[in-house]
Write a protein that binds this ligand. Sequence first.
Ligand code: SF4
Length: 415
Amino acid sequence: MADAPKTAAIKKIKAAGPMKDLMGAYFKELDEAARQRSARVAWCSSVGPAELLRALGFRVYFPENHGALLGTSRLATEYIPEANAIGYAPTICSYLTSDVGAWLKKTTPLTKAFGMEGVPRPDLLAFNTNQCRDVQDWFAFYSREYQVPIVGIETPRSVNEVDAAHLAGLTAQYRALVPKLEEVAGQKLDLDRLREVVASSYRCTLLWKQVLRAGTHRPAPITFFDGTIHMGPAVVLRGDPRAEEYYQLLAAELEERIKGGVAAVEGERLRFYWDGMPVWGKLREHAETFAAAQGCVVASTYCNSWIFEALAEKDPFVGMARAYTELFIVRAEAYKERYLETMARDYGIHGIIYHESMTCPNNSNNRYGLPGRMAKKLGIPYVVIQGDLNDLRCYSDEQTRTQLEALFEQLHDRA
Ligand code: SF4
């Protein structure tokens, strides 16, 4: 590590400005819809039936995005105890507890960021248990508080291959949502409009994938830490053409970087894969720690989880059922191993970081021996860091730094 730079400046992506504007416009529309009743508002889990909601004219709000905002603004730890006090355990999802805690305290970082008085009042809540049960319980809280309907898709977990039986059941569930959604939306579902939204969401997916695949280049023009910020439109605006426009812009900027040999991490020597959730309150520190070791986190499970290649304009219900069941988080260990192996090879990975997120077992893939099996298969080292997505009481700066430095040293010695 003798020649590693002492300081490591984070290179700013120029498209960050337009992204902030786009997110601002999105929240402004939500706020107006909720306050002026100009459109119905639906709250949706992050990999829930967003296309269906959008096709029915709902403005769609994502509480997990709000949870991440509470994490990045480091307010989560302050609010979690509020939710604990009404019976939501400290060990369950800290997005849930910080979001509910902030709601109980009648506060939100959206006020400072986008001038909103509060979160937009929902007319309906829609979840999919493909990622976890917590979203169902989380939304049930708000359904009781606001006295509004809650609907959901119940997806099987630990799926190895998504087969015809899964698809038949899930497609039927998507179709069964329609009458309730139409009732709250006050309009009938127009199949052509659904096809249009699904087609836009699909194009957004391909562009987001292009952005992430830019990380296969050496040096990589983008890091995982950039990705966690720039994934915003793919999460909250998929199905809206403005998300596509944004990723065209970002992809073009990354292409320029590649052409000019511009690295996201100056002097990139080591390439890492990040599995699990980001530690939202530590993004900057983590980005700087890796950059100082000339290490670039070039790929992650998390950012790739918003790629939905099975979305199908021709058959939107089956496409949605498949796309939202093929996700990494829904799958069995055998699939996850195959996936990680492909990613490690495609991106030329030297080491893997597994983040064990204390309040999210669903996104912690270290608990059933997977890291050891992958290390044997790939012949590359790994480290498991203990932390959490939002609850910084579960995270130790010192312990993480020591673990990462040991990994960096091991890899620099090998190089
Ligand atoms: S997947 Fe994890 S972080 Fe996301 S909502 Fe579920 S428990 Fe929370």
